[in-house]
Design a protein around this ligand. Sequence first.
Ligand code: PFF
Length: 464
Amino acid sequence: MTTSRAQWSSRLGFVLAAAGSAIGLGNLWKFPYITLENHGGAFVLVYLAAIAVVGAPIMAAEIILGRKSQLSPVGAFGLLARGRPGGARWRAVGYLGVLAGFVILSYYSVVAGWTIRYIVMAASGRLGELAHHPEALQGFFGAFLASPGEQVLCHSLFMAATVGVVYFGVGRGIERTARVLMPLLFAILFALVVYSIPTPGFGRAVVFLFRPSFAELTAGGVLEALGHSFFTLSLGMGAMLTYGSYMRRQDSIPHATLTICVLDTLIAIMACLIMYSIIFSFDLEVSKSSTILFTTIPVVFFKLPGGAIVSGLFYLLVAFAALTSTISLLEVVSSYTIDELGWGRRRASLTMGFAIWVFGVFSALSLGSVGSLSRINLIGRESTTGVFGTLDYLASNWFLPVGGLLIALFAGWVLTGRECRDELEGGHGGLGWSYGVWRFLIRFASPAAVGAIIVSVILGAEYQ
Ligand code: PFF
């Protein structure tokens, strides 16, 4: 075990960085549209249950593995599995995580890059002009997707920002960025919620989100909620494991896990309140397309006072949230080359960032060939269009659930109860009965639920 490993400077530093990884396009973009598609209320309840029963226990497990081993995923499994059932084969879980990080970042950065285009358009006044003519905005968005030059440029800028942060390391790069961006993100989001409260659609938005109607819940919806809990909490690919490896021994894993899960959920709900309030205010017919963030939201912002400023702030918020997620994806890949191949941090971030950028260019270019906008489902289960959709399908349906299942099995059945308890209680104090609850969830409930997702994917379940 190394003693010179970089560390977060405080408990808050870890929480902000990890919440930064969790809060991203999954919260601001995907959750609002899948909740809309799944009729709100009951879906939200299932999602909350998925976070509590599957997400939170697996997050604690990942952090345990990281802090205990002081290594990134491949090394962590190698070290912790030594001399136990399965032995070195567990390293495959680490490799799967590195591969998932590589693949997810390559397309995530393309979507994140769109926010740059929208921030520039909001600032120049062009977004306002387009938003007054919804068809013009649709047309613009379609042309933007089909423009190789613009797609590659935005993707390149976002990757450059990501590499720029990871290059400076855990303290000066990742933690410092999270310390600045996360409070800003909370402030902007809070301001936008306040802005949406007086709108006529706010009451309907609250009812839609919090009044469950179980008749409208489908089996596909339940599985979608479960699958999304992995994506939104950055689980199943070692991001939390890697961040956990920089956590100080005197900090509490249960507290941090709880805080991150609560923040992530709150932000997702707040994003829904903001978007639904304005959509319901104008009784808009919302298409099922996942592109509402870029085609519907600007239209509604500009129907309200201060649309130019509000929309600019909004896309800035999405960009910040996405950046704190992309840096965690690159950190998983880079830390593998640092810990296992002995590379320096600069070489790791630049080389891996470049490789992912090249891979992402294929996703960026594949958008032009997608054709009809309504067929695009960028981060979702049915998405199989082009390079972009195929990668996302693989990552969301296979890599993360399989990785999550194996992490739960490792923590629940390979590590001893004593080892887990020591890690969980280190920096926390006695856990009492809540340790028993965690142990039960990680050994039985989480694997059963994740197993159900995987089986349903294998059987090709219908999702709607
Ligand atoms: N949690 C991020 C989001 O909700 O947008 C996405 C993500 C980031 C997934 C980092 C996985 C990961 F390792």
